[in-house]
Design a protein around this ligand. Structure first.
Ligand code: PLP
Length: 238
């Protein structure tokens, strides 16, 4: 066996009982990411760990900030607005990633608060974000979300529609860093990650926002530049 920890086979869902503080879990997760990067002959610094703090209060986030972590993810603009301005006052170099589906009428609020927006999935949102960036004088990094498993209930543009969406985004000079996906639940994620990476390469995009608590190591071996980890870090959400 050339490799011991961490195993690359799917791990069971995050344990419900894990009494370790989030700061300890953070060190463990970061080590697993670095190990997976090494296996894939990638530089550990090429992978950003986004601590997904949705539903968790500022008191749960502060220890991670104090430990030096700076990248955090929220799903909803409203929740981000309630929590993050105060935290950012204390830690001005924090980077906030909006990872959830975004309504066009929230584009301006999103641009005001976020440093990255991960779920850009339609032309109307591209246009709204471009206008909001103009108005706000801020340019959060954008990821185009692809509905990689072609699931009717999921956000993301269809694979076939990505070239047009990307052209639209490039046409209005949106700062597109790459692609994002959420593979179908309950299936092996690796083929979907590999497919997203292939599509990104075909379009000269280097950013890949993929991998969550159960599959972030697999995502890193397949090229993820941003992994979005919530429950493995903060515990199971209520
Ligand atoms: C909640 C969420 C995550 C984190 O999920 P975990 O399984 O808790 O790690 C990642 N990405 C998106 C888009 C999410 O909504």
């Amino acid at each position: 066996m050339p490799f011991d920890e961490p195993s690359l086979t799917p791990r069971p869902a995050p344990r419900v009982r894990d009494d370790r503080p989030a700061t300890e879990r953070l060190v463990d997760i970061r080590a697993r990411i670095d190990k997976a990067a090494a296996i894939a002959r990638r530089a550990p610094g090429d992978v950003t760990l986004i601590a997904v703090s949705k539903t968790h209060p500022a008191t749960a986030i502060l220890p991670l900030l104090a430990a030096g972590h700076r990248d955090f993810g929220e799903n909803r603009v409203q929740e981000a607005e309630a929590k993050w301005p105060g935290l950012r006052d204390q830690y001005p170099d924090v980077r906030l990633h909006l990872i959830g589906q975004l309504q066009s009428n929230k584009a301006r609020d999103a641009v005001r608060i976020a440093d990255a927006i991960h779920a850009v999935d339609r032309a109307s949102l591209v246009v709204a974000l471009a206008r909001a960036m103009e108005q706000e004088g801020r340019r959060p990094t954008c990821f185009l979300q692809v509905n990689i498993g072609d699931e009717p209930q999921k956000g993301g543009c269809a694979i076939a529609d990505l070239p047009a969406l990307l052209a639209e985004a490039r046409g209005v000079d949106l700062p597109v860093a790459g692609l994002m996906c959420l593979p179908p639940a309950g299936l092996e994620a690796a083929p979907y990650f590999a497919l997203l990476a292939k599509i990104a390469r075909e379009h000269d995009l280097t950013g890949l926002s993929m991998g969550m608590s159960e599959d972030y190591e697999t995502a890193v071996t397949l090229g993820a530049t941003h992994v979005r980890v919530g429950s493995a870090l903060f515990g199971t959400r209520a």
